[in-house]
Design a protein around this ligand. Structure first.
Ligand SMILES: *Cc1c(COP(=O)(O)O)cnc(C)c1O
Length: 385
């Protein structure tokens, strides 16, 4: 064996020994409340399809219609010829939906965060990030070459001190609105007040808040926040059931990102089918609040039914409900225990979460029935008893 391969295989073996090696499951069904894996139907508490829209008839119909009208591939980056009428309509609709002046579509949330941070920041800037932010905000900070300061989760005092000491011409506070492994909500009004006091941008990643909080309109709407210093990012691939993302901000900020973000300029435009499906999701949520209300009903049911788990089940008002177990192998064993009993509940381990906080991450959805949630809560009691 060559030295290269031996080195890679030794590292893979280390991952295996430390219970950190990941494996993919092959789904033989659409994403839904129940999915088919290995010939078995499993209750699915492992997806970000919080409203059950990924296989919704209205989104499927909108996607089919978009294929008929626009074809399958967008064929070019948006600034060349990849920006079709449906992209334009979707941007207008998304901006209105989350009550922002203007929106810009991106190929993914990952690309959007990289695009925002590399456009706003350069190596003279300071970026302040919550320690539990999603990986792509950290990667955007790294790529921008700004000084990157990570403050302890939710610690506004430490953030305020760090901002007060900053002499950078550009300061940016970047935060998840809903933290992706804990489900808790960032104190956006207080963060905005700090940004105002210290003349900083506030970059908000609402991947897990759009479709869930603020009646579905997202975490800014939830708090009733608006400001020229907010740059908002929401993904289309989670509660909105499609794929892609949009950035929303003041019109000139969006224009600047359109002109400068390399992940926008040098990447093929989102396919029309993805824009059309997400557009339909927003139309549906504006017409009818039932899906969002159903999700919140399931969240309340789960919280009530798992009260006995105490501190292992931190407070979360969102679809993400972690159950903290500690060691990576404990989380993996529990996840396997659930799979044997017909539940998909993922184990989340380092480096996705800090060492010693490995967990089961239960994701609830409007696609779950009361019976689904009841049986999951009962199994959790059995597993952890
Ligand atoms: C999923 C996620 C992203 C990335 O979005 P994609 O569209 O999947 O690339 C960004 N931020 C957070 C908080 C996420 O959970």
């Amino acid at each position: 064996m060559t030295g290269f391969l031996a080195g890679v295989e030794a590292q893979l073996a280390t991952l295996g020994r430390e219970s950190l090696r990941r494996e993919r499951r092959v789904l033989d069904s659409p994403q839904a409340g129940h999915v088919v894996v290995g010939g078995r139907m499993l209750a699915n508490f492992a997806s970000n399809d919080y409203l059950g829209l990924a296989n919704h008839p209205r989104l499927r119909a909108a996607a089919h219609a978009a294929i008929e009208r626009y074809g399958v591939g967008s064929g070019a980056s948006p600034l060349v010829t990849g920006h079709q009428r449906i992209h334009e309509q979707a941007e207008e609709r998304f901006a209105r939906f989350c009550r922002m002046p203007r929106a810009l579509l991106f190929g993914s949330g990952y690309a959007a965060n990289l695009g925002i941070l590399t456009t706003l920041a350069d190596r003279h800037a300071d970026i302040f990030s919550d320690r539990l932010n999603h990986a792509c905000l950290n990667d955007g900070a790294l790529l921008s070459r700004a000084r990157h300061v990570r403050y302890p989760h939710g610690d506004l005092e430490r953030l305020g001190e760090a901002l007060a000491h900053s002499k950078a011409p550009t300061r940016i506070v970047a935060t998840d609105a809903v933290f992706s492994m804990d489900g808790d909500v960032a104190a956006l009004p207080e963060l905005l007040a700090l940004c105002e006091r210290h003349d900083a941008w506030l970059v908000v990643d609402d991947a897990h808040g759009i479709g869930v909080l603020g009646g579905g309109r997202g975490t800014l709407a939830h708090f009733g926040l608006a400001s020229e210093r907010i740059v908002y990012m929401a993904t289309l691939g989670k509660a909105l059931g499609s794929h892609g993302a949009f950035v929303a901000a003041a019109p000139s900020v969006i224009e600047w990102i359109l002109q400068r973000a390399r992940t926008y300029i040098f990447s093929t435009a989102l396919p029309a089918v993805s824009a059309a499906a997400a557009h339909e999701a927003v139309v549906l949520l504006e017409e009818d609040g039932t899906l969002v209300a159903t999700l919140h009903d399931r969240i309340a049911q789960f919280r009530a039914a798992t009260q006995a788990l105490g501190a292992r089940r931190p407070s979360s008002p969102t679809a993400i409900q972690p159950v903290i177990l500690g060691a990576a192998d404990a989380a993996l064993d529990a996840s396997r225990w659930f799979a044997e009993r017909g539940f998909l509940v993922p184990a989340i381990r380092p480096p996705t979460v800090p060492a010693g906080t490995s967990r089961l991450r239960v994701s609830l959805s409007a696609a779950h029935t009361h019976a689904d949630v009841r049986s999951l809560a009962g199994a959790l009691q059995d597993c952890l008893a």
